[in-house]
Each structure stands twice: as structure tokens, then as C-alpha cells.
Write a protein that binds this ligand. Sequence first.
Ligand SMILES: C[S@@+](CC[C@H](N)C(=O)[O-])C[C@H]1O[C@@H](n2cnc3c(N)ncnc32)[C@H](O)[C@@H]1O
Length: 214
Amino acid sequence: MSTASDARFWDRISRRYANDAIADQGGYERTLERTRALLRPDDHVLELGCGTGSTALRLAGDVRRYLATDLSAGMIAIAREKLSASPVPALAFEVATADDSIRETGCFNAVLGFNYLHLIRDVPGTLRRVHGLLAPGGLFITKTACLGDMNPLLSLALPGMRLIGKAPYVSVFRQAELRERVSAAGFEVLAVENHASRGNDRRPFILARKGSPR
Ligand SMILES: C[S@@+](CC[C@H](N)C(=O)[O-])C[C@H]1O[C@@H](n2cnc3c(N)ncnc32)[C@H](O)[C@@H]1O
């Protein structure tokens, strides 16, 4: 299994994913508003694992440049259809991952990744790469599922579900471990928040900074 098989999984479900309702609309809106408040009009923003581009389409109008990327060509095709229907000049969608295809090292003011980090095979390596992509003082903003803090039956069921093509690759870690990994990649963790509109959904919003304030 590899990122190529991950791409096939996400390509296959992309149309269905595009039509799925957001599970916690209130929590999503809170994340969006919190993120928007952190971005500045001159910012160059990179989003990783952007899916069908819903978040990018909501945020890109407020910044100078917004490059939204995803591993899956199927997801990016849908995102581009949405962009053609509602153009945002600052926004571009590209098939890309943090590992290779983004060559603009050290120039983004913010890197965003929502519902993304737990799907990455090499989380420490990806976090180091994100750190390298950011300009000094740049922000890393993420919200991701910490399966290590969820019902253990879910983690037990995952290998079987993956075998029959019903689940993607998933990294299992706890919130404390994720926070530690973000720090180990060189970031200062500024905030860890719960944005769920009901209870605690085990998907912490993490705000981290590279180096001194921007
Ligand atoms: C659960 S969806 C989240 C999409 C969007 N960020 C959102 O919050 O709705 C996860 C996305 O991550 C993408 N993805 C999975 N592995 C990836 C990787 N290694 N690099 C970039 N994107 C990846 C998938 O193609 C998918 O679009």
C-alpha cells in the first residue's frame, strides 16, 4: 500500500464525498471563522488535503494568494468545477502533496490542513516539510482526528475496512502525541482548541507558528 493507492481510494469516493453533508456545521463554521481571523490580506496561503475545495472557496477571497492542493485528481477536478462556477481570482487548485510537488520553500505565510494529518503515512516528515514551506513567523493551522483518543473499536476495525476498500490509510495518534510531534518539527504551539458544537469530537484545532511573531 502506498500514496498511489491512497489517491485511488480518494479518487473513487470523491463524488460521494462532495455530496456528503458536513457532520458538525457549527464546528466547521467556528474553525472557518477562527482561521479567517488569523489570515491577513497580503498572505500567501497553502492548503494541504483541500478535498473538493469548500474551505478554500470560503477563505481565498480574503488573502493575496491561496494555493489549494490535494493528493486526489478526482477531488481537485470537483474543486475546479466549483471554482469555475464561482471564480475567486486569488485561488488555484493543484494536485500536489507536501512531500514533493510544492517547490516554493519558505514563502507561505500560512499552511492549512483540515481533516488531513491523520491520513498521512509519515506525519513527522510531513510536519517538517510544512515547517520548511512556511516563511519565518508563518502559521500552521490544522484540525484533525486523533483516533488514539476515540473508541478503540474504531482503530481495531480499520485494518479490515481498509482491506475491503471501505477506509483509507489512517494514522492513529492521541492529541498529546500530535501536539508533541508539531513541536518536534520546530513549531511553537500557540493554541489547542475544541471547536465541536456538541461535546468533544476529538479533532483538536491546533495553531502553531514557525519562529518569532510575524
Ligand atoms: C477527509 S478529506 C478532507 C478534505 C477537506 N480538507 C475537508 O476538511 O473537507 C481528506 C483529503 O485529504 C486528501 N489526502 C489524503 N492523503 C493525502 C496526502 N498524502 N497528501 C495530500 N492530500 C491527501 C484526500 O484526497 C482527501 O481529499
